[in-house]
Ligand binder design. Structure first.
Ligand code: GLN
Length: 484
């Protein structure tokens, strides 16, 4: 049961083959047995989960507001505020923070009747690509425990892959949903910027952050997106546009769909096994009637630099609020207020977060702003224009999710620059605000998952999901399970 999809569980719940209480118990037991090894959860909310399960069972038996998520046990990244449940963002500075309200994503999951099992580990403040930047402990990749699960939503992806929840919701600022999904052999979707409310989601880089589903298959991705997306008056950047039913057109096939292959995404230095798997996936879509077109995204080479200026600038501003006054850690000090701020931030933030605050403060400071932040914002527009031009000749863009499969723990921690390059293929999508999805497309000879990334037009998640569904149904990589 623990490896069942949301839609599979939902059928069993409706047919009374299983109760929400039993399903929740089964996942709590699974967490108990495997999370000692995987360490995908920072907090497991046993009692709240069981209480929610009882309520869900009542809704199911009364036929009251039943949705495909009613009674389904899920988890969320520890970046989403949960009323009464500790929300740490994997940082010491928020180690004991218990929010008095739910993030909109959490509220919508609860309204749909989902059971929240707990909070997944992540890189501190979502800064990282390996979950090794968590202030508490690293998470292991369920496919190979000495490897990273990717990041920053590594706990979410590992939990789904290890059968510790039916699905999770992560966040993606530069690849943090897609890259860990790729590393763990699950489906990760970053929606269009503004599709999902950011209210109650702890901010990293506000013009890039977006929440999205991490699931076992494409149908589940559409189910979660249906539940969490849509206008929210509590987030002024959330979009007013109507949303479709994302599950509706899944099976309509790829005949005639134009798939663009950007030459800038097949580069030297990428693992030949990754390239071979991605090219085979493209061939499969071609076999099903998609038309393959060569495209170019000429400003791709600037994406990582632009991202590390824009994201750090926004982070330096967003993280100014953690000063020991309003919430979280406060370090006692003999000196004045400024001294208290300094000691609190010194003790509360880890090295990667400090590095980013310093980089961002530098690029925003007078004398450097025009040369760095302003220039980066201008190049960001060129990157967005590249996509607009490319989508004149194609409907979807196919690339690898990352240049390699999951790397070994400790391999890149000492070298932040190589770590930053793990996101070379995922970052442009956030800069342009378009949707992107990662779907499993093979295993390396060492048995590690490989991700295929699909990018789409703004607001066109439906086409991404349709193409991914066609691929998934024909190949079945999503049904492979790690042995733990
Ligand atoms: N790995 C990238 C970073 O470290 C992206 C993180 C994210 O998407 N939150 O910033």
């Amino acid at each position: 049961m623990i490896f069942e999809t949301i839609h599979g569980l939902s059928k069993k719940l409706a047919a009374k083959e299983l109760s929400a209480f039993e399903a929740t118990k089964a996942y709590l037991n699974r967490i108990e047995t495997v999370d000692k090894k995987v360490r995908a959860f920072i907090t497991v909310s046993h009692e709240d989960a069981l209480k929610a399960a009882v309520e869900a069972d009542k809704r199911l038996s009364d036929g009251d507001r039943v949705t495909p998520l009613t009674g389904v046990p899920v988890a969320v990244k520890d970046i989403f505020c949960t009323s009464g449940i500790r929300t740490t963002c994997a940082s010491k500075i928020l180690e004991n923070f218990v929010p008095p309200f739910d993030a909109t994503v959490v509220k919508r999951l609860k309204d749909a009747g989902a059971v929240i099992l707990g909070k997944n580990n992540m890189d501190e403040f979502a800064m990282g690509s390996s979950t090794e930047n968590s202030a508490f402990f690293p998470t292991s990749n369920p496919w190979s425990l000495d490897r990273v699960p990717g990041g920053s939503s590594g706990g979410s992806a590992a939990a789904v892959a290890a059968g510790e929840c039916a699905a999770s919701v992560g966040t993606d600022t530069g690849g943090s949903i897609r890259q860990p999904a790729g590393c763990c052999g699950v489906v990760g979707l970053k929606p269009t910027y503004g599709r999902v409310s950011r209210f109650g989601m702890i901010a990293f880089a506000s013009s890039l952050d977006q929440a999205g589903p991490i699931t076992r298959d494409v149908t589940d991705s559409a189910i979660i997106l249906n539940a969490i997306s849509g206008r929210d008056d509590l987030d002024s950047t959330s979009l007013k546009e109507d949303k479709p039913d994302f599950t509706a057109g899944l099976a309509s096939g790829v005949r005639g769909l134009r798939i663009g292959i950007p030459k800038e995404y097949f580069i030297e230095g990428m693992d030949p096994e990754v390239e071979a798997a991605v090219r085979a996936a493209i061939d499969e879509l071609k076999k099903q009637g998609a038309q393959i077109v060569d495209i170019t995204l000429p400003h791709t080479e600037y994406a990582v630099s632009v991202y590390y200026l824009v994201a750090t600038a926004e982070a330096s501003s967003n993280l100014a609020r953690f000063d020991g006054v309003k919430y979280g850690l406060r370090t006692e000090s003999e000196g004045n207020l400024l001294d208290m701020y300094k000691r609190t931030r010194d003790a509360g933030f880890g090295p990667e977060v400090k590095r980013r605050i310093m980089l961002g403060t530098y690029s925003l400071s007078s004398g450097y702003y025009d040369a760095y932040y302003k220039k980066a914002s201008q190049v960001r527009t060129l990157i967005t224009n590249d996509f607009d031009a490319a989508f004149k000749s194609c409907d979807v863009i196919a690339t690898p999710t990352a240049p390699t499969a999951a790397f070994k723990r400790g391999e890149k921690v000492k070298d932040p620059l190589t770590m930053y390059l793990s996101d070379i293929f995922t970052i442009s999508c956030n800069l342009a605000g378009i949707p992107g999805l990662s779907i499993p497309c093979g295993l390396t000879k060492d048995g590690l998952p490989i991700g295929l990334q699909l990018l789409g037009r703004r607001l066109d998640e439906a086409t991404l999901l349709k193409a991914a569904f066609a691929y998934e149904q024909a190949t079945g990589w999503h049904k492979k399970r790690p042995q733990i």
